[in-house]
Design a binder for this molecule. Structure first.
Ligand SMILES: Cc1cc2nc3c(=O)[nH]c(=O)nc-3n(C[C@H](O)[C@H](O)[C@H](O)COP(=O)(O)O)c2cc1C
Length: 204
């Protein structure tokens, strides 16, 4: 049974974060989800998912999931004294989805200005699995260097680049493909409906 921290930051693609929560909540191998949302992430939830700006912190998870969940515990992003800020708190790993270029830069440079950054820094210092789902386009050289830097120290970089070989019919099909690739990084089971099963070569 796993305990996973989910960070949602201010990159476009709040739906990735919402679907990540949904699939982790439904996963029988996950017992605890620690949720932390940056201030900009909170703003994008309003812009993209119509989650009203006045929704209370403690109600955010149920707004994202559509109903309350026993598994999810929300931590305010300004609470740098929260459990997640210490390596002594047992967590199996963390995903930041979507991950802004700003948060990626902070992690790559060891700068911890909020609980998302600190929880990621702790994940790295404890040698736990850290997955980031960066979203920006086009990418500048700073973005690319930060991604490379993180990749070299073992961070799983899973850019929000959905594939099309599974013939997505809806936006959720596209989003879930990325979410399932994140679940793969933690060895978590999922529906496998976006796994490429191979096809016979037309040349043969
Ligand atoms: C609607 C909206 C969409 C944004 N999309 C992106 C994006 O795709 N990628 C990105 O890096 N920043 C994006 N930003 C800018 C970030 O939110 C901004 O850099 C912020 O400071 C990031 O803070 P955070 O890393 O603490 O969440 C967006 C902002 C808004 C309001």
């Amino acid at each position: 049974m796993k305990s996973i921290t989910v960070g949602i930051t201010g990159a476009s693609g709040a739906l990735y974060g919402a679907q990540m929560l949904h699939h982790l909540d439904n996963c029988s191998e996950v017992e605890r989800i620690n949720l932390v949302i940056s201030n900009a992430g909170r703003r994008v939830l309003t812009e993209e998912l119509d989650i009203a700006a006045n929704v209370r912190d403690e109600d955010l998870a149920s707004n994202l999931l559509g109903s309350p969940s026993e598994k999810v515990r929300h931590f305010p992003v300004s609470d740098i004294g929260a459990k997640l800020a210490s390596g002594s708190y047992p967590v199996d790993g963390m995903v930041i989805i979507p991950c802004s270029m700003g948060t990626m830069a902070s992690i790559a440079n060891g700068v911890t200005r909020d609980l998302v950054h600190r929880a990621a820094d702790v994940t790295l210092k404890e040698n736990r699995t850290l997955v980031i789902v960066p979203r920006e386009t086009p990418l500048n050289a700073i973005h690319l260097e930060n991604m490379l830097k993180l990749s070299r120290i073992g961070v799983r970089v899973v850019p929000a680049m959905p594939s099309f070989y599974h013939r997505p019919q809806t936006i959720l099909d596209l989003v879930d493909h990325i979410v399932f690739r994140v679940m793969d990084q933690f060895g978590l089971p999922h529906s496998k409906k976006t796994v490429w099963m191979g096809s016979a070569s037309k040349a043969n």
